[in-house]
Design a protein around this ligand. Structure first.
Ligand code: NAD
Length: 386
C-alpha cells in the first residue's frame, strides 16, 4: 500500500495518471482547498530494508499492475522517498512480523519509551529537513495480533511513567507510532486493524496536544460490499439468516495474516459490521486464506442466506475480485487530503466524519456506508471552523 501511494502520488503529479478511485476527486470535494499530489513529501519507517522501486517492480511482476513506463518515469521520486525511510524499532512486533525484519536498527530500543523517542526523533528530523507544515503519520504496516487492553491503558498519567520499564508486551508497535505522532501534535491515521491510537490513554493525549486522528482498518473490498448490501436487507425488512465470506489472496499482508493470531484482528473488524447494521447477529463465517500465486489480487466470495415473505428462503451470492493495494492507496491519499483540510479549519481530536473509509470507524456506531458518506459530505460542506 505504501508503494502504491508513493507511485500514485508521483504519477498523478506528473500528469500520467488520472484520479479515478480518489473519493476527493468527486464533485462534492473538488472545490475544497485540498493538497495536490505534488505537495506531498513521503517518508516512513520499515522493518525490512528495501526500496519503493524494488517493491513496485516486484508488484508489477507478481500482480501485473501498473505499467513499467510509469515506474521508470517516477524513479526519481521513488528513490527520494526510499531515502527518507528509516529503520523502525523491532519491539512489539509479534513473531509473524518479526520474521520479515531484516533491517538492523542503529540503536535498538529496549523499552517502549525508547522506541517512542526514537520514532519521535525521526519524525522531528523529517519535518525539519523537508520543511513539512503538516505531518500525517499513516499506519500501513503489517497487521498485528489482537491486543487486549488492560487498566494501565486507560489514563495517560498511569501509562506514561510505566513506559520506561515496559517491553514490547505493554503496547504493540503500532501504538508506539501513534504515541510518537500524537504526542508531538501530528496527525495519526490507522489504515490497519492493529491497535494504533485506539485506547483511552492515547485519546486523552490527543486531547492535550490537539492532534487529529482517525481509524481503523481501511474499508476497501469485501467489507465495503457488506456495508453497502446489509442496509438493503435492513430497509426491505428481509431477515439475514447467515452471511459467509471466504477471502483468498497472496500478497505480503496475506502472508502475515496466515498466522492465526494476526488473522484474528482482521476477522474481528470484518465480522462486526453486519451485526451493527442489521441490529441482530446472523450466523456468520469469515475466512481469509493465503495463496501466494494470487499476488495482490483478492477474491472474496460471499453467500448470504435470507428469509423473505411467508418464510421463503433466498440467496444472494457475489464474487469480488479486486487488487488490494490499488483499492487501498487512493483511499489513503483521500484520508491525508481530508485530514489536511480539517487541520486548516482548526480541527482537533477524532475525525469521526471519515468513518466511511474504515471497517471499524472509531467513535462512530454507524456502519451503513451511505449514511457515513452523507456525514462526510455534510461535514466538509459546512462552513464550521471548529
Ligand atoms: N486493500 C488493502 O490493501 C488493505 C485494506 C485495509 C487494510 N489494509 C492493511 O494495510 C496494511 C498494509 O498492507 P500491505 O498489503 O501494504 O502489506 P505489506 O506487507 O505489503 O506492507 C507492510 C509493510 O509494513 C512493514 N512493517 C511491518 N510491521 C512494521 C512495523 N511495526 N513498523 C514498520 N514497518 C513495519 C513490512 O515490512 C512491510 O514492508 C496491512 O495491515 C493491511 O491489513 C490493507
Amino acid at each position: 500500500v505504501g508503494t502504491t501511494i508513493t507511485l500514485g502520488l508521483a504519477a498523478m503529479a506528473r500528469g500520467l495518471a488520472d484520479r479515478t478511485g480518489l473519493v476527493t476527486a468527486l464533485p462534492h470535494f473538488r472545490d475544497l482547498p485540498l493538497p495536490e499530489p505534488a505537495q506531498f513529501v513521503i517518508g516512513g519507517h520499515d522493518i525490512r530494508q528495501t526500496t519503493f522501486a524494488a517493491s513496485a517492480d516486484e508488484f508489477r511482476q507478481n500482480s501485473g499492475v501498473f505499467g513499467a513506463e510509469w515506474i521508470d518515469a517516477c524513479r526519481d521520486e521513488l528513490a527520494a522517498a526510499s531515502d527518507r525511510v528509516r529503520p523502525a524499532p523491532q519491539l512489539g512486533l509479534g513473531s509473524a512480523v518479526l520474521r520479515l525484519a531484516n533491517w538492523n536498527e542503529p540503536k535498538p530500543a529496549r523499552s517502549v519509551r525508547q522506541a517512542i523517542d526514537l520514532i519521535a526523533a525521526d519524525l522531528a528530523a523529517f519535518v525539519a529537513a523537508q520543511s513539512i507544515d503538516h505531518l500525517i503519520v499513516l499506519n500501513v504496516a503489517s497487521t498485528e495480533p489482537v491486543f487486549r487492553l488492560g487498566p494501565i491503558h486507560k489514563e495517560w498519567d498511569v501509562l506514561e511513567p510505566a513506559l520506561a520499564d515496559a517491553g514490547g508486551e505493554t503496547l504493540p508497535s503500532s501504538a508506539f507510532f501513534a504515541l510518537a505522532a500524537i504526542g508531538a501534535g501530528h496527525t495519526y491515521i490507522n489504515f490497519t486493524p492493529s491497535l494504533g491510537a485506539s485506547f483511552p490513554a492515547c485519546w486523552e493525549l490527543a486531547q492535550t496536544t490537539g492532534a487529529l486522528h482517525a481509524g481503523k482498518d481501511g474499508k476497501t473490498g469485501e467489507t465495503l460490499m457488506k456495508t453497502v448490501l446489509a442496509p438493503m436487507f435492513a430497509y426491505r425488512n428481509l431477515k439475514v439468516m447467515s452471511w459467509v465470506g471466504h477471502n483468498i489472496f497472496g500478497n505480503r499482508d496475506g502472508l502475515v495474516l496466515d498466522d492465526p493470531i494476526n488473522k484474528a484482528s482482521k476477522v474481528e473488524t470484518k465480522d462486526r459490521v453486519i451485526t451493527e447494521i442489521l441490529g441482530y447477529k446472523p450466523s456468520s463465517l469469515v475466512t481469509i486464506e493465503y495463496l501466494p500465486d494470487m499476488g495482490d489480487w483478492k477474491t472474496a466470495w460471499d453467500h448470504i442466506h435470507f428469509q423473505g415473505f411467508l418464510g421463503s428462503k433466498m440467496t444472494l451470492q457475489f464474487t469480488w475480485q479486486g487488487c488490494d493495494s490499488l483499492l487501498a492507496a487512493p483511499l489513503a491519499i483521500d484520508l491525508a487530503r481530508l485530514a489536511d483540510l480539517e487541520k486548516r479549519r482548526g480541527g482537533k481530536g477524532p475525525m469521526r466524519h471519515l468513518a466511511c473509509f474504515f471497517k471499524s470507524p472509531e467513535g462512530v456506531d454507524e456502519n451503513d456506508f451511505f449514511k457515513q458518506f452523507d456525514r462526510l459530505v455534510d461535514h466538509v460542506a459546512s462552513e464550521h471552523q471548529p
